[in-house]
Write a protein that binds this ligand. Sequence first.
Ligand code: GUN
Length: 282
Amino acid sequence: MYQLIDGKAISATIKDEVKNEIAKLKNLGREVTLAVVLVGNDPASAVYVGNKKKACEYVGIRSLSFEMPETTSEDELIKLIDELNGRDDVDGILVQLPLPSGINEEKILDRISPLKDVDGFHPVNVGKLVIGKEGFVSCTPAGIIELIKRSNIDICGKNCVVVGRSNIVGKPMAALMLRENATVTVCHSKTVNLKEVTSKADILIVAIGKPKFITEEFVKDGAVVIDVGIHRLEGKKLVGDVDFDSVCEKTSFITPVPGGVGPMTIAMLMKNCLTAVSLNGK
Ligand code: GUN
């Protein structure tokens, strides 16, 4: 029998914890503010940004919305970021990705002050994560650590295999699992005999962006399986990178899609806004 890891419930608990901390800060006269920047008309981005603003409202964080047209130039966006970096009443800055094609994403993310980088994408924060210094950690991998720990799963000494090496998920995930003393292997599209590697994992974290790619032959008996993928099939059903029905009976713990990793990202963004306050001094 496997246990489902309930990301909806765990993310709700984290948001309530943040809400309590925000209320304490408010009692001390300290307001916490997140600036949310959306450029262009990507419909999915608009939904994500809307959900982030709703979460802010729930936990008591003030959100400032900056919506800019598709035609915005790189210089205009940099000007806004510089202004937000300099504002004492702004604790965190989030620039929703993807940006319109004329804007260099890396240049924009590098411009955000590392002390306000609640997404944890700035090279300074990535570097701090790797060398074990306090900083912002990318929300999805940080959320996965919470899912594992709050399900009372031990990480120390376990074989952890991460499938996918993106800057946003795979690489920070591997660094976090290493920080938790797991033995970590990172697989990717060039990995030879992927099945052989994944089937040695005590904890298997999958972020490859291919629907139902991981089937039972990839999974060891009793493994913990974390599915970062989310895809809408033609019949509108949402599925992950893991073929849940094929794999679930082999696992000890598994995240569902939807309702597993997904809800954790925004909860951790809220938590990172608290980190912004402690990094910048109350
Ligand atoms: N687009 C998709 N995921 C993310 C995220 O975590 N942060 C930002 N800023 N944009 C995204």
